[in-house]
Design a protein around this ligand. Sequence first.
Ligand code: FES
Length: 82
Amino acid sequence: MPASIRMEPNGPYVVTGPITIADVDGNEIHVEEGHTVKLCRCGHSGKKPYCDTTHRRVDFVSRPSFLPEPVEKTKSWVTQPI
Ligand code: FES
């Protein structure tokens, strides 16, 4: 099963492996196939980049639907051309 990222309503990004996530210092976490990690989307977690459920306490409200933006050949956060 391929890696995926799902947005929980009014909550975190749920990342399902297999995938490797690197921080700005190059530290990596490996999410095994079928395992998940929840990444904060509200900006209020005390355990960033992970969700610690603070989004519930701050009543985080996400956009009601996914509005895709135009895809460019490269983005600064993409390390290889798409
Ligand atoms: S999305 Fe859960 S703490 Fe931010």
